[in-house]
Design a protein around this ligand. Structure first.
Ligand code: ADP
Ligand code: MG
Length: 323
């Protein structure tokens, strides 16, 4: 195995939660309506992801593990507008470079599925087997062949918590998909997939927060905001409870956070950080995206306008909070 492959893999795969993020995004892209994630020891020794999506055809399995191999749209400009979350074709090759991977997959119209094993980029076996429709990935012993990277991992509890938070955000961004998360044999999250956003907020954050929510639905030109914000009584010590998604992706944006926070501050001077779950739909031309393997930087072509719209939408809703 070439050193260059391991270095490249390290850029995409930093920790167990990066594996889960990439594989769950693939499952979403595959049209799955139910996705189960099971981990042991914070995902360091064991991650299993099962979906009921389109599956991978036998002849395409080895290809999917090649670098820069993707069946999806490739242009970076299209990234925020296309519906698929994947685009680089790097995830599977990167994961296979630094872990022991077992894949079982079957498209619905095939009679038999395939079982494929690849470890440290080395193909071990491929055979036809009976399997349910969809795809299962088993990832064992992450960084087993790169001990230096293993040292940077935190405790299994902390790594498990990263995965838990990731799955909460994925559930909030896709209310129409059923997510199940099992950590060391215990079910930590289970959404039904046929419910509304408010039920998912209730499921994740509990009654205290979900009884103090204000619904938002506003549109201005090519920007749409939908979701919930917490009443001012819910004031938090940090930004961790500010969830927002642009075109289905969880993102961080200073413009958006500032717009939301300033609205609360203008409404109530001593307010700290709010609770939000907001879905933004923004046309691609308004976004400028800088893509790096591990992070995505967002710029807006008209940031004053976007800031003002977010601020005013939140502020007005706080003013009319009894409605
Ligand atoms: P990308 O998502 O950028 O296309 P990946 O390396 O993540 O690249 O995946 C490579 C390819 O493998 C995908 O384009 C897709 O065709 C296939 N694939 C991966 N995971 C799944 C899955 N769960 N169901 C169906 N196809 C999958
Ligand atoms: Mg992908």
């Amino acid at each position: 195995q070439k050193t260059i492959d391991k270095i490249a893999a390290g850029e995409v795969i930093e920790r167990p939660s990066s594996v889960v993020k990439e594989l769950v995004e693939n499952a979403i892209d595959a049209g799955s309506t139910a996705i189960t994630v099971e981990i042991k020891e914070g995902g360091i020794s064991f991650i299993r992801i099962t979906d009921n999506g389109c599956g991978i055809k036998k002849e395409e399995v080895p290809l999917a593990f090649l670098r820069h191999s993707t069946s999806k749209i490739q242009s970076v400009e299209d990234l925020m507008t296309v519906s698929s979350l994947g685009f680089r074709g790097e995830a599977l090759s990167s994961i296979a470079a630094v872990a022991q991977v077992e894949l079982i997959s079957k498209p619905a119209k095939e009679l038999l599925g395939v079982r494929y094993i690849i470890e440290g980029s080395q193909e071990k076996s491929m055979e036809e087997i009976g399997a349910p429709d969809g795809t299962t990935f088993l990832i064992r012993n992450l960084f087993y062949n790169t001990p230096a990277r293993q040292k940077f991992l935190k405790s299994p509890t902390t790594e498990g918590n990263y995965i838990s938070e990731l799955l909460q955000r994925l559930a909030l961004s896709h209310p129409n998909i059923s997510f199940k998360f099992i950590n060391n044999g215990q079910i930590k999250l289970h959404t039904s997939g046929n419910t509304n956003l408010k039920d998912i907020i209730y499921h994740i954050y509990g009654r205290e927060i979900s009884k103090e929510l204000l619904e938002i639905q506003e549109e201005l030109g090519d920007i749409k905001i939908e979701g919930f914000i917490g009443k001012p009584v819910i004031s938090r010590g940090n930004r961790n409870f500010e969830n927002y998604f642009i075109n289905g992706r969880y993102v961080k944006s200073n413009i958006i956070s500032k717009g939301i926070e300033q609205a609360y501050k203008n409404f109530m001077m001593q307010h700290k950080y709010p609770f939000t779950v907001l879905h933004f739909s923004i046309k691609g031309e308004l976004l400028d995206i800088n893509v790096h393997p591990t992070k995505m930087e967002l710029r807006f072509s008209n940031k004053e306008e976007i800031y003002q719209f977010i601020h005013d939408t939140v502020y007005n809703r706080l003013q009319k909070r009894e409605l």
